[in-house]
Design a binder for this molecule. Sequence first.
Ligand code: ADP
Length: 243
Amino acid sequence: MSKIIEVKNLNIFYGQQQVLKDITFTIEEGDYIGLVGANGSGKTTLVKAILGLVPSTSGTIQYYGIDRYQQGVGYLPQVAVTGNTLFPAEVHEIVGIGLMGSKKFPKKINKEDNHRIDDILRRLDIYHLKHKKIGDLSGGQQQRVLLARAMVSKPKLLILDEPTSALDPKVRTEFFKLIKDINENDNTSIVLVSHDLGSIKKCSKKIMLLDRELMYFGSSDDFTINVNFVEGIHDHMHMEVTN
Ligand code: ADP
C-alpha cells in the first residue's frame, strides 16, 4: 500500500496551550478513516495541519514522502444550509473554484476544465443542476456541489468535516453510501470527521480517536473491544458506541 500522508511526532500549541501531543500515524491509499473525538479534542486542528493551514510546533507531515504541503487533498467543509436565494453563483462556477488552486495565472476555466466539471457533476448525479443557483438548492444538493468542488481536481485524499450534520436522516444515509462508493471505486482515501461514532463506525474501515493525544488508531471492527480499555471514554465523549 502506498503512503499518502505520514504524520510523525506532531505537536501543536496555540500559545501556551498544547492542542495536539505527539501524534504519529499514516494514511494509506484506500483508507477510510473516521476521525472522532469530543469537542475541543483537536480534530479541526489536525485537519488544518494536514491542509497546511496551521504550522506544527514540532514534528513532520509528509505528503507522498515530501515534507511540504502538496496539491492532492480535497476538503469538504461543514455546510450551513441557508437557502439564501440571493447568492448568485451557479453550480458549475462553484465547482470550477476547485480547479483554481492548481492553476497558474491567468486563472480561467478552459474547455478541458469544463469537461472535468461536467464529468464530476455526472459522477455525483447533479449534472441537471449545472446552471442552478447554489442558494436555490436543498441541503443535500448543496452538499453534493461542495463535494464536486472538492473532487474535481481528482485528489487522492478527501477530508470531510462533519458532512452530514445539517442533513436529514434519509439524505444522510444516501450521502454515506456515496462516500463509500467513492472510496471503493474512485481510488480516493477518505478522512471523515464526525461526532457520530455510531454512524461512522458502520462505514469507515478505520477509526482515529483523538483526545489531544491519539487514543486509538486501527480497524473499526476492533474499536469497540479496545475502547473499553480507555477508562470512562463513553462518559467523557458523550458518544454511543453501537455495533
Ligand atoms: P475539535 O475540532 O475537536 O473541536 P479544535 O481543534 O477546534 O477541536 O480545538 C482544540 C483546542 O484548541 C480547543 O481548546 C480550542 O479552544 C483551541 N483552539 C482552536 N483553534 C484555536 C485558535 N485559532 N487559537 C487558539 N486556540 C484555538
